[in-house]
Design a protein around this ligand. Sequence first.
Ligand code: CUA
Length: 193
Amino acid sequence: MSAVVPPSAPDGHGSEAVSVAAERRWAFIVMAIIGLLVLMMVVTGLHWASMPPSRVETVDVRTLHLEGEFVESNLGTTLGADGKVTVRLIAQQYSFMPQCIVVPAGMPVTFRGTATDTIHGFVVGRTNANTMLVPGFVATFTTSFHKTGEQLMPCHEYCGTGHEAMWGRVQVLPAEDFLSRARGGERLSCVQG
Ligand code: CUA
């Protein structure tokens, strides 16, 4: 019974040197990949630390309807004295307040929203207006709408048995129409028809 002898067995050192070199090479490549991944984590971590998600704004759910920014009379769209358009809304099982939102086309619109009971979210039609609404926190983002017309605004976080039926509407008006209606200073509501 003879052992299986590899071709280079007589000296043995040639193949060993080759395999050691290959292992070193691969060890170096793997270390380089790990180093690159760690670098990516550090860079993205620092980058995101300076982005909006780190600006956490909280709000007391228990007094949401009673005082402060999200009382019912303050919900909806406003045109500030500085010309900025702000939309405030609340999500709850299973509706948005207000149910219909008016915004101008081609102007920056800042959304500020929160939820009363559980996690909700919304996306406006095919636009990039998209956020989660978490109880106790104020979600805010600024975007612009380029096409006039009505868009659906469904809840996109599963929030209970009525989730599928939870949606609002967004009416995008030409900027002139919006501005002429907003001059009065009160909260804007949707036009019928
Ligand atoms: Cu609210 Cu799903």
